[in-house]
Ligand binder design. Structure first.
Ligand SMILES: Cc1cc2nc3c(=O)[nH]c(=O)nc-3n(C[C@H](O)[C@H](O)[C@H](O)COP(=O)(O)O)c2cc1C
Length: 465
């Protein structure tokens, strides 16, 4: 039998495996054993599945505990991977019912999808049998979640606009279950402004995303972001959404801000800072892994959005405040973003030109103070409000003053002088300032800081000292 060590897996997979193992309270090795055991069991079930074309076994919609997912297959070249996805979902103990768009049926046949799912796929909004029997409304509700893979640019556009002119879009509009999208398209299609706008709208509407990943496209000589996430990744993301969390922050709502803000000067220039978003994103991911329902409000960053988190993307400090207030109420708020203190008083609508008459003067006005605004709220103030203090001198003194001034509960202070390499780097040295004193944490990776912070938050929220 071939042997494989965890070390041979790629980094993304190892990270997913570690998170999954932590969620289940197992060692990574035990988690791998569990996955392999379930794969072997599914292999037996797969062998016993009906032949293509055989009458489908009736589904059991009445079992509320069953993990059920409705998989919508869109018309993209990655549709062939959805066949593997059906098997991967079943490995996770998730029963799959399939809806295929007309375009999807140009790429793969309903026969193959049906043979793997154990039930014929649904394809037609105006199928009288379907409408009398299940109906698009029942398809939308008789499931614990809806997965769209591949999510085409077209399906995303329809969802963002609320169209319902075929079975897939009607189901997506009618469902009140969590939706997980696995976009797949040519990189030019993904980076098109219309698609990015639709993706941002869908994220703001609470739709979950997995991928797209960077890599080679099916088309020759094409590479970039747009490749569908691998079936294993999609199945893991689906399981995370389906599994009621038993983590230390289960049942708690948390807001995390991350990254820099961009304050426009004119249409092409802006004031920014060197924040990478690595720390804020790591905190959001660790909180989600601990079971919190996390909204991450992020400025423009290069780091990938964490799994299992609702991401709201913004540009300016004022947008960030609006997004944070929209995400309230929450139990915990962690403000890790490096928000610009100032913006330009007059943001020019046209590009500012050199006139030969000297340099233009940029008048600045103060931005809203997001941490202080939320910490001083009379209503909907999160029970725990945590800020960051990025300082280059007198770190502890400034952090203590900030704690008092802002009215927050904790400040995580760090020295961001260039020689520390913290801004944009992978490690951090934190001093936790509370009204009870200062804790000096050792230098550690930003992921470790995130885990330590979540452990500390969980202790406090459970009332332990
Ligand atoms: C060969 C071929 C490959 C395609 N691949 C993709 C793709 O990967 N992603 C995508 O968004 N659209 C792709 N399209 C375009 C979609 O098939 C088209 O927009 C279709 O209307 C989508 O329908 P649906 O969203 O209802 O499934 C492809 C089209 C063709 C002909």
């Amino acid at each position: 039998m071939a042997s494989l060590t965890v070390r041979q897996l790629d980094e993304a997979l190892k990270k997913r495996l570690r998170l999954r193992a932590a969620r289940h309270g197992r060692s990574v090795e035990d988690e791998v054993r569990t996955i392999l055991r379930s794969a072997a069991a599914d292999e037996a079930a797969f062998a016993a599945a009906p032949e293509p074309g055989a009458p489908a076994e009736p589904s059991k919609p009445s079992d509320p505990a069953a993990k059920k997912a409705l998989l919508i297959i869109g018309g993209g070249i990655a549709a062939y991977k959805s066949l593997d996805l059906i098997r991967r979902l079943r490995e996770h103990g998730i029963a799959v019912r399939v809806v295929m768009t007309d375009a999807a049926q140009k790429f793969i046949t309903p026969l193959s999808a049906g043979a793997l799912a154990g039930e014929h796929p649904y394809t037609d909004l105006f199928d009288t049998k379907l409408e009398l029997d299940v109906g698009h409304i029942r398809l939308a509700r008789d499931t614990r979640m809806v997965i769209v893979a591949p999510a085409t640019a077209d399906l995303m556009a329809k969802m963002a606009q609320g169209h319902a002119d075929d079975l897939a879009s009607a189901v997506l509009l009618a469902t009140d279950r969590p939706i997980l999208l696995a976009p797949a398209m040519n990189p030019k299609m993904w980076s098109n402004k219309a698609t990015l706008r639709n993706a941002a709208q869908l994220r703001a509407d609470g739709v979950h995303f997995v991928g797209p990943n960077a890599g080679e496209m099916a088309e020759s000589n094409e590479a970039g972001v747009g490749r569908m996430a691998e079936p294993l990744e999609i199945a893991a993301a689906a399981e995370a959404l389906l599994t009621p969390s038993s983590g230390a922050l289960a049942g708690l709502r948390m807001i995390v801000t991350s990254g820099p803000t961009h304050e426009p000067i004119d249409p092409v220039r802006y004031i920014a800072n060197r924040s990478s978003g690595k720390q804020g994103h790591a905190i959001a991911e660790a909180a989600a892994a601990a079971g919190a329902n996390v909204t991450l409000v992020s400025g423009p960053v290069q780091v990938a959005p964490p799994h299992g988190v609702n991401v709201v993307q913004i540009e300016s400090a004022r947008d960030m405040l609006a997004a944070v207030e929209k995400a309230l109420p929450a139990d915990i708020a962690v403000f890790a973003a490096a928000v610009a203190d100032w913006r330009t008083a007059n943001n020019s609508k046209e590009k500012i030109k050199k006139t030969g008459k000297g340099t233009p003067e940029l008048a600045l006005v103060e931005n809203p103070d997001i941490l202080a605004t939320v910490a001083h709220r009379k209503s909907k103030r999160p029970r725990l409000v945590i800020g960051f203090a990025a300082e280059t001198e007198h770190v502890i003194e400034h952090a203590k003053a900030k704690l008092a001034r802002k009215g927050c509960d904790w400040i995580l202070a760090n020295d961001v002088s260039p020689e520390t390499g913290i801004m944009g780097g992978d490690s951090n040295t934190i001093h936790l300032v509370t009204k009870d004193g200062v804790e000096h944490w050792p230098p550690q990776s930003k992921n470790e800081v995130a885990t330590a912070l979540i452990t500390r938050i969980a202790r406090t929220m459970s009332g332990r000292p």
